[in-house]
Design a protein around this ligand. Structure first.
Ligand SMILES: [Fe+2]
Length: 287
């Protein structure tokens, strides 16, 4: 379905939607026995399509499935086909690369591995180079970019003629939630060293932590956005164990401009129509 163009009023380069951490199970199966991820992912995709006709691509930053079943990947691919714009997918720690590669072979960059054994790709969209990294370590919850992918990233960023956005599953910064920092990225310092060499990198966008968390990797601002289904409980206690919470499902919207990037977190649930400012009131009066 073709979408009407409704460009951002800012003199912007592309606007990207970011959806993350679907954790789908085969149709009819609740994730963790209680989360209807199928309904939530479907609702998130419909919400983005309805609210953001200006997007030029969708970044899906991993954990498309919870346990890696083929039926779950096929369902994810079917749902993502509702987007009329390119959808860039990368795996998370819950994904199985071999099964995912088959189900998403038709998606940009998946069939043509830029780095052996990795689902990573670089796509230029409206003057922005989107570099999507694969941090999956088989059968492990933590993530690693790895030397080969870092070398490819370095060369790709050097060849980019405009701004670049880097998408990945694991945040390359500590988030302060102990049980998530124990399953974080192992080579953030090496990634920071590469990114520091390329001033055209505007932002790193990621998932994995199922919350809105802002940080940095070297000099580059980084943001993790919430999942489109369940979230991770915010506890700063070192004794806290892993726990989920049904806080509002959400997604990211990233606006890239010359010299800056603006990131929003928006909600999947319906909170009613926008309420226009009453006639005679100034905008300032309601803020
Ligand atoms: Fe996840």
């Amino acid at each position: 379905m073709a979408q009407a163009r409704n460009p951002c009023y800012l003199a912007a380069m592309p606007v990207f939607a970011q959806l993350t951490d679907f954790h789908l199970r085969p149709p009819g199966t609740l994730t963790l026995g209680e989360v209807d991820t199928d309904r939530l992912v479907s609702a998130a995709i419909d919400r983005v399509n309805a609210e953001h006709p200006e997007i030029e691509a969708v970044l899906v930053t991993g954990d498309l499935t919870d346990l890696g079943e083929e039926e779950a990947y096929n369902r994810a691919a079917m749902l993502l086909a509702r987007f009329a714009v390119p959808v860039l997918v990368i795996p998370g720690n819950h994904d199985r690369a071999d099964v995912m590669r088959d189900a998403f072979a038709a998606f940009p960059g998946v069939a043509t591995a830029a780095v052996d054994g990795k689902i990573c790709h670089a796509t230029e969209i409206g003057g922005v180079t989107v570099v999507s990294l694969d941090t999956l370590v088989a059968n492990a919850p933590h993530g690693t970019v790895g030397v080969e992918q870092l070398d490819w990233l370095d060369a790709t960023l050097a060849a980019a003629t405009g701004p670049a956005l880097v998408a990945m599953h694991h945040p390359p910064f500590a988030v302060g939630i102990g049980f998530m920092d124990r399953v974080s990225l192992t080579d953030s310092a090496a990634l920071a060293a590469v990114l520091t060499r390329h001033p055209n990198v505007m932002r790193v966008v990621c998932g994995h932590v199922h919350r809105t968390i802002v940080g940095a990797v070297g000099r580059v601002p980084a943001i993790a956005v919430p999942g489109v289904a369940h979230q991770v409980h915010l506890s700063l206690s070192p004794e806290a164990g892993p726990a989920l919470v049904m806080e509002p499902p959400a997604y990211g919207i990233h606006i890239v401009r010359d010299g800056e990037t603006i990131s929003h977190v928006a909600y999947v649930d319906d909170y009613g129509p926008p309420i226009p400012v009453a006639r005679g009131q100034t905008v300032e009066a309601v803020q």
